[in-house]
Design a protein around this ligand. Structure first.
Ligand code: SAJ
Length: 418
């Protein structure tokens, strides 16, 4: 069954959906981006963007000006629907597919025979199949591949995104993609579609394996970061510099230990492993423990700062960095924000926050007394304790003699003091 692809709709214009929409539009296909936020829709239609990502703004401006990309709050007809909405977890670490179900519901009335529906959101195993059943409920007049296989009216596939924030525009094109079809025909159709703009390999499998592949990639990283974080705590107890230790161990040709930090942030690595745990709670013991180790690291750092602050009369703490990782402006799920918030709420001292990538303190910190946003030089000059939370370029370039006489808690090892 071959159909020409001339119009694509991308549902969810966030960190993944917007760059994806821009890249597809850049390949001459008419793209309509759909988002529930009128503000986001208006921003995009002005040729502007609401997410900071290298190369995105210029490319978005161009495709909007050329009329290849426009945004709207309502779904229209299309040949391909790509769903890229968040799948967070609930308080009890269970996957929350509410946004996904709402997105599927929103496209249901526009579906017509021959359409391809691609779920790019990260999903618990079995969700793509469940969404077929859900679409069938909403559109009993159409056939879906979970029951009709290759002959189905609608092709459905899971093709998880795997791009690194900060490098999204390049990685969307260059990275290999895993394409999980509900049937062989679904996988083939989705592969042909990604072939339009992906230069990496597009490897096909079934939907369950594709779902698990994505979860596995981020769990692999989480487990390995947990190993580094645990090592950092063990080394501190034993009086060993963990950064030197890791460098030495990594000289071994088959050892590649990751870097300890203040904890794991972002909306992927700290979330996805829970999807595996929720599907196999008794079996996924290591994956669960890694999550607990990484989630415990901010508390360990908070206690270290409190111990250091207890030795000074009116402690001033320079808190360097708020984002979840280096050289990005993304503060969501950031352990650094969490640490500063706890220190502020527990009245540990005056907190001088330095974050070159954002203009203002985030809401989580804005109302706490004793927290002030300032420049790097001012913070370092005034501080008794320097708490390095993010390895931004600006901090790595700091003239280290300025730290003399201060207690330095370097959670990223950029100055090699612990
Ligand atoms: N981190 C460490 N030590 C390290 C590496 C990272 O503490 O050695 C911390 C970072 O500081 C950050 C967190 O882990 O807080 C995650 O950062 P990251 O750069 O490892 O990953 P993300 O969350 O920005 O993007 C990940 C990527 N997944 C993998 O590398 C396996 C990306 O390719 C995925 O597309 C993305 O998750 C996603 O959307 O799932």
């Amino acid at each position: 069954m071959k159909h020409k692809i001339s119009k694509v709709q991308v549902i969810g214009l966030g960190y993944i959906g917007l760059p994806t929409a821009v890249i597809i539009a850049g390949h001459g296909i008419d793209v309509v981006g759909v988002d529930v936020s009128q503000r986001i829709v208006d921003t995009i239609n002005r040729g502007e963007v609401h997410v900071i990502e290298s190369e995105l703004e210029k490319a978005a401006h161009r495709v909007v000006k050329e009329g290849k990309l426009r945004a709207t709050v309502t779904v229209e007809d299309a040949d391909v629907f790509i769903i890229a909405v968040p799948t967070p977890f609930t308080e009890g670490h269970l996957p929350d597919v509410t946004y996904l179900k709402a997105a599927v519901q929103s496209i249901a009335s526009s579906l017509r025979k021959g359409n391809i529906v691609i779920l790019e959101s990260t999903l618990p195993v079995g969700t793509t199949n469940n969404m077929c059943a859900y679409m069938k409920q909403l559109r009993p007049d159409l056939s879906f591949p979970d029951t009709a296989g290759d002959q189905a009216d609608i092709r459905v596939a899971h093709c998880p995104e795997r791009v690194l924030p900060g490098h999204i525009m390049r990685e969307l094109i260059e990275n290999d993609r895993v394409i999980g079809g509900i049937s062989g025909e679904c996988a083939r159709a989705a592969k042909a579609f990604y072939g339009i703009f992906v230069k990496g390999k597009c490897v096909v499998t079934n939907a369950r394996t594709a779902e698990m592949t994505k979860l596995t990639e981020n769990s692999y990283r989480d487990v390995n970061i947990a190993f580094a974080n645990e090592l950092s705590i063990v080394c501190e107890k034993l009086g060993i510099n963990v950064w030197e230790l890791i460098e030495l161990a990594n000289l071994h040709p088959r050892v590649k230990i990751l870097q300890p930090g203040p904890g794991v942030g972002g909306h992927c690595i700290a979330v996805d492993p829970w999807f595996i745990v929720s599907s196999a709670p008794l079996e996924a013991r290591l994956i669960r423990t890694a999550r607990e180790v990484n989630d415990g690291k901010p508390h360990y750092i908070i206690n270290r700062v409190k111990e250091a602050a207890a030795t000074v009369n009116t402690p001033v703490v320079a808190c360097l960095g708020l984002s979840y990782k280096a050289d990005v402006d993304d503060l969501r799920e950031s352990p650094a924000v969490d640490i500063v918030r706890h220190l502020g709420e527990d009245n540990v001292g005056s907190l001088l926050v330095v974050e070159p990538h954002v203009e203002e303190l985030p809401r989580a910190l804005a109302d706490i007394k004793n927290i002030e946003k300032t420049t790097l030089n001012n913070a370092i000059d005034r501080a008794h304790i320097v708490l390095l939370l993010v390895n931004h370029k600006e901090f790595i370039a700091l003239y280290q003699a300025k730290l003399t006489g201060k207690t330095v808690i370097d959670t990223r090892g950029i100055w090699r003091r612990t």
